[in-house]
Design a protein around this ligand. Structure first.
Ligand code: PLP
Length: 456
């Protein structure tokens, strides 16, 4: 009888190339537009913010892009990450389903985020950049860029969403341990931050606001570029190492997933695992279900409008066509800080429009419940963001039990929750709330979508 739990690959199986879904899409996503002209942006428009190699990846239609040697060398610190069969969870749920998870919490900072942080730091260094500015929600991305920046000799400044900055002081300390500076956002340091504070002195902040601050700093300083931890095509591209490894590991297990699940904030860990499976689904006409799990308090894919919108609150970014709750929408301060983003990656949004993926919104308390069950069976305490994927995977496994049918479920455990224990403490103390977003402010944010969207 096969009782294998871990499917491990040797270091030489770290992927040599990233997978680019663009090559397999039946039609490309709509272009990114310049907010001033309404015309598609060109590489030069993006040059103040990103090094040219990343801009070229952003628009590439090549099926594969080679991973530079120095990037693979750093990835060796934790990759390939394990694929684990969650046999104890299966038993606890008494389900006929087989549950596998890819565990990205083995990275130095505890999530999938360094997969792209290392690549972005490398290309910036190659382009002669001295400093990077960025935003962070939960702090996973900020600490990952702090780590990667230090490895490549770059100074890193992180604008951290204020509510998370207050909830997670140790994430800030971790960023500082890697040599980065971490500032609560909105801050007095930037015009965008000052404008928000003038109107809302107690603003909890949001990823949209923190992005505005970081973009502003990069746009105004020649030695600084901006780095984004999710959403953009090149970020999703770098994350595909997860799914490329998982394809090989599922083959080792002699299995194929009927259902692939990832939690989605801006869409990068969901895409990292799922895009190589979506590619196979398209090429081989498979009926694999691919599910993005999002928070009910910030339901971008399930409640948002598919429209052109800004990526940030102060409207400094280009316009991207995506599922959005409106760039001025501020979600309630729930614990999965990395999922509090008003928009969604254009690629993920496009896949939903094409019917190649589906989306489910889940509430915070049932997610923590799932996280605790997972910890008590598999031993790993999931990051609050990752509990959304655990919840949906458990729901699918329980549905199998109800139907008396076995299905193979694969999900991405995007990170551990070692820095998020206050959230679990709140859950155990019964003080965690399932706060709903405000319908009126969602309606107002959607009504304020830029004109290009209204004209469609
Ligand atoms: C552990 C973890 N999972 C998921 C996310 C969501 O981001 P993305 O949708 O880009 O994967 C974050 C973001 O901070 C995170 O820290």
């Amino acid at each position: 009888m096969n009782d294998t739990v871990k499917y491990l690959l040797p270091e030489d199986r770290i992927p040599r190339a990233w997978y680019n879904i663009m090559a397999d899409l039946p039609e490309p996503p709509p272009p990114v537009l310049h907010p001033g002209t309404g015309k598609p942006v060109g590489p030069d428009d993006l040059a103040p913010l990103f090094p040219m190699q990343l801009i070229m990846q952003e628009v590439s239609a090549e099926p594969e892009i080679e991973i530079p040697g120095p990037v693979r060398e750093v990835l060796k610190l934790w990759r390939p990450s394990p694929l684990i069969r969650a046999r104890r969870l299966e038993k606890a749920l008494d389900t006929p389903a087989k549950i596998y998870f890819k565990y990205e919490g083995v990275s130095p900072t505890g999530s999938h985020k360094p997969n792209t942080a290392v690549a972005q730091a490398y290309y910036n260094k190659e382009a002669g950049v001295a400093k990077l500015s960025t935003e962070t929600g939960a702090g996973q991305w900020g600490s990952s860029l702090a780590f990667a920046g230090h490895l490549f000799g770059l100074e890193v400044k992180v604008y951290m969403v204020r509510v998370s900055y207050e909830q997670k002081p140790y994430r800030r300390a971790l960023m500082e341990a890697y040599g980065a500076t971490c500032i609560p956002s909105p801050s007095e340091e930037t015009a965008s931050g000052r404008a928000i504070l003038a109107e809302h002195p107690d603003s909890p902040g949001s990823l949209g606001i923190a992005i505005s601050e970081a973009v502003e700093v990069a746009a105004q300083n020649d030695d600084t570029k901006y780095s984004l931890g999710s959403v953009l095509n090149h970020v999703l591209l770098h994350q595909t190492v997860i799914g490329i490894e998982a394809l090989e590991q599922m083959e080792m297990a002699g299995d194929w997933p009927d259902i692939v699940i990832g939690c989605a904030g801006g869409g990068s860990n969901f895409s990292g695992l799922s895009l190589p499976f979506v590619g196979k689904k398209i090429r081989e006409k498979l009926d694999t279900r691919i599910i993005a799990a999002e928070p009910a308090a910030c339901p971008t894919l399930t409640r948002g409008t598919y429209a052109y919108d800004f990526g940030d609150t102060a409207h400094l970014t280009p316009l991207v066509k995506m599922h959005t709750l409106g760039s001025t929408f501020i979600p309630p301060g729930f614990h999965a800080g990395g999922l509090r983003y008003h928009g969604m990656s254009p690629i993920v949004s496009h896949l939903l429009q094409l019917g190649l993926i589906e989306a489910k919104a889940v509430r915070q308390i049932p997610c923590f419940e799932a996280g605790v069950t997972f910890a008590r069976t598999e031993g790993i305490i999931p990051a609050p963001e990752s509990t959304h994927a655990v919840r949906v995977a458990m729901d699918e496994a329980l549905a199998c039990k109800k139907m008396g049918k076995s299905r193979t479920i694969l999900f991405n455990l995007s990170g551990h929750g070692h820095f998020d224990m206050q959230a679990y403490a709140d859950y155990f103390a019964g003080v965690l709330e399932d706060r709903d977003y405000d319908e009126a402010s969602l309606a107002a944010a959607l009504a304020a979508l830029p004109k290009v969207a209204a004209a469609e």
